[in-house]
Design a protein around this ligand. Structure first.
Ligand code: PNW
Length: 470
C-alpha cells in the first residue's frame, strides 16, 4: 500500500511512456531497412525464448497511427521512442535510406500534431550488422560511426525534435552483449565488454557533440540502468566491498566519464587482470563528458551481494536470466544473492525504496544534474476476462508504489523532471521474446489488437491529475 495517496507532482512534471524500435516495429525487411545484431541474434536457434524474433513484433511500423491515438488518449505529454539505426542508415555508414527517415519524420509530425513531445533515443541496441561484422562496440570506429549517424538524424529531425538521448542502457549493450552473451551479439569476451563500455561512453560524447553541432539548443541526455546494490551483511567490510565493486562496474563506469570526465581508479584496479584499458586514448573521457539537461535513469529492482569465499557453488542469481558467462567482469569474488520477494514475472524483486534511494543518492552526488526516470515498469501475467477486458492489478500496484517513491525522492530534494512508464505496449522482451509482457496496453499477438489494461486507465488518470489518486 502506498502511504502517500494523493501525492502531487511539480507543475510541468512530464508523464510519458517509452518503447524501443526493435521491440515494437516489426517490418524487419521493409522500407529498405538493413539487418541489425538483434535480427541475427534472434534468428540464431537457442538465443531467445521460443525462438521469438522481432520480425513482426507489434507491427508498429504499419500501425503507428493507431498507436499515436493511444498515446494521445492516455493524455501523455511525451513519448520516448528509439530510431532503428539500420532503418535509416542500413549498413551503419554512408548515405541515408530516405524511406526509413520518412517513417520517423511522419511519427514525429504525428506526435506534434497531438501535442506530444517526441523524446528520441538514437541507440536502443539495434546496431547495424555490418558494424558488428567490423568488430562492433569493442572497436573504436563504431563510436565515430555513431556520431555520424547522430549528426545526420539531428539534421533530418532537429527542426522538430529537441530532446535527444544518445544511448539506452550502455550497461546492457556492453556486458549482456559482450560478456554474458544473453543479448546480441551474444559474445562472451570479458575484455571486449570493457572495451565496449569505453566506446559507448565515447560514442555518447561524440554523438552528443555532433547533435549540438547541428542544434546548439538541443537537449541531450543518456539513459543509464543504474544498479541499487545492497550488502547481505551491512556490517561486513567484505560485503560492502562487493557492493563497491558492483557500483564501479555498473554505475560509475558510466557516470564517471559522462558526468565527471574520468574513470574511477577502483574500477581500473578491479579489472586490471582483465584489461589494461589501453583502448582509452588521451582526451577520451573529457570528450565523453558533455553538459546534459537531464540524466535518464531506468529503474526496475535492487540487487543483493556478498563476498564469495570461493567455496561451494557461486550463485548467479543476478537477475539477468540464463547467462552463459557473467556480466560482472572481473568481479570474481562477488556473489549475487536472490533478494526477498515479491517478484515480477522477470523474477526481479519489487522494491520501490530502491527508486527513492537511487534518485536521492544521485542528486546528492550530482546536485546540479536534473534527473528523468526514463523507464520503470513490470512484467506480470495479466488476466484477460471473458469480455476481453484486461486486468493487471499487480502492475497498477507496482506503478503506483514506484511513482510514489519518485514523489518521495522529490520531497527529499531530488530534482526529478518526469517519469516514463515502460512500456506503452507489450512487446519483444529481448531474450524473453513475447513471453514477458511489460505493456500498459495489451497486444494480442495473433490479431495484433491493442487493448488497454487497467494500468492504462490508471496511468491516464495519474497524468491528468498530476497526482496519485487520493
Ligand atoms: C530495459 N538486466 O532492459 C530496456 O531498456 C528495455 O528495452 C527492456 O524491455 C526493459 O528494461 C525491461 O527489461 C533491461 O538484465 C534488460 O538487468 C535487462 C536488464 C535491465 C534492463
Amino acid at each position: 500500500m502506498s502511504t502517500h495517496d494523493g501525492r502531487t507532482f511539480p507543475d510541468g512534471f512530464v508523464w510519458g511512456s517509452a518503447t524501443a524500435s526493435y521491440q515494437i516495429e516489426g517490418a524487419a525487411k521493409e522500407g529498405g531497412r538493413g539487418p541489425s545484431i538483434w535480427d541475427t541474434f534472434s534468428h540464431t536457434p537457442g538465443r531467445t525464448l521460443n525462438g521469438d524474433t522481432g520480425d513482426v513484433a507489434d507491427d508498429h511500423y504499419h500501425r503507428w497511427q493507431e498507436d499515436l491515438g493511444h498515446i494521445a488518449d492516455l493524455g501523455l505529454s511525451a513519448y520516448r521512442f528509439s530510431i532503428a539505426w539500420p532503418r535509416v542508415q542500413p549498413g551503419g555508414r554512408g548515405p541515408l535510406n530516405r524511406e526509413g527517415v520518412e517513417f520517423y519524420s511522419r511519427l514525429v509530425d504525428g506526435l506534434l500534431d497531438r501535442g506530444v513531445q517526441p523524446v528520441v533515443t538514437l541507440y536502443h541496441w539495434d546496431l547495424p550488422q555490418d558494424l558488428e561484422d567490423a568488430g562492433g562496440w569493442p572497436v573504436r570506429d563504431t563510436a565515430y560511426r555513431f556520431a555520424e549517424y547522430a549528426e545526420l538524424m539531428a539534421r533530418e529531425l532537429g527542426d522538430r525534435v529537441h530532446t535527444w538521448t544518445t544511448l539506452n542502457e550502455p550497461w546492457c549493450s556492453a556486458y549482456l552483449g559482450y560478456a554474458s552473451g544473453v543479448h546480441a551479439p551474444g559474445r562472451t569476451e570479458p575484455d571486449s565488454a570493457l572495451a565496449a563500455v569505453h566506446h559507448l561512453n565515447l560514442a555518447h560524447g561524440l554523438g552528443g557533440r555532433a547533435v549540438r553541432s547541428v542544434l546548439p539548443e538541443a537537449r541531450v541526455s543518456i539513459t543509464l540502468n543504474l544498479h541499487v546494490t545492497r550488502p547481505v551483511d551491512p556490517d561486513s567490510d567484505a560485503d560492502r566491498d562487493a557492493v563497491r565493486k558492483v557500483d564501479a562496474l555498473s554505475n560509475r563506469a558510466f557516470l564517471g566519464p559522462v558526468l565527471d570526465g574520468a574513470y574511477p581508479d577502483d574500477l581500473l584496479a578491479d579489472t586490471a587482470h582483465v584489461t589494461d584499458w589501453s583502448f582509452v586514448h588521451d582526451g577520451d573521457t573529457a570528450t565523453a563528458r558533455i553538459p546534459m539537461e537531464v540524466l535518464g535513469v531506468n529503474y526496475y529492482s535492487t540487487a543483493l551481494v556478498r563476498r564469495w569465499d570461493g567455496t561451494g557453488e557461486r550463485l548467479e542469481a543476478d537477475n539477468h536470466g540464463d547467462s552463459s558467462g557473467s556480466p560482472w567482469v572481473g568481479a570474481d569474488d562477488v556473489e549475487f544473492v536472490r533478494p526477498e520477494g515479491p517478484y515480477t514475472a522477470m523474477g526481479w524483486n519489487i522494491d520501490p525504496s530502491g527508486m527513492t534511494e537511487l534518485l536521492v543518492g544521485l542528486s546528492r552526488t550530482y546536485p546540479e544534474q536534473p534527473l528523468m526516470v526514463t523507464e520503470n515498469g513490470a512484467a506480470f501475467e495479466d488476466v484477460v476476462a471473458p469480455d476481453g477486458s484486461v486486468h493487471d492489478g499487480r502492475r497498477v500496484a507496482y506503478l503506483r508504489d514506484h511513482v510514489d517513491a519518485v514523489g518521495a525522492a522529490i520531497e527529499a530534494g531530488a530534482d526529478v523532471r518526469g517519469y516514463f512508464a515502460w512500456s506503452l505496449l507489450d512487446n519483444f522482451e529481448w531474450a524473453y521474446g513475447y513471453d514477458r509482457r511489460f505493456g500498459i496496453i495489451r497486444v494480442d499477438y495473433d490479431t495484433l489488437q491493442r487493448t488497454w489494461k487497467d494500468s492504462a486507465y490508471w496511468y491516464r488518470d495519474l497524468a491528468a491529475a498530476n497526482a496519485l489518486p487520493g
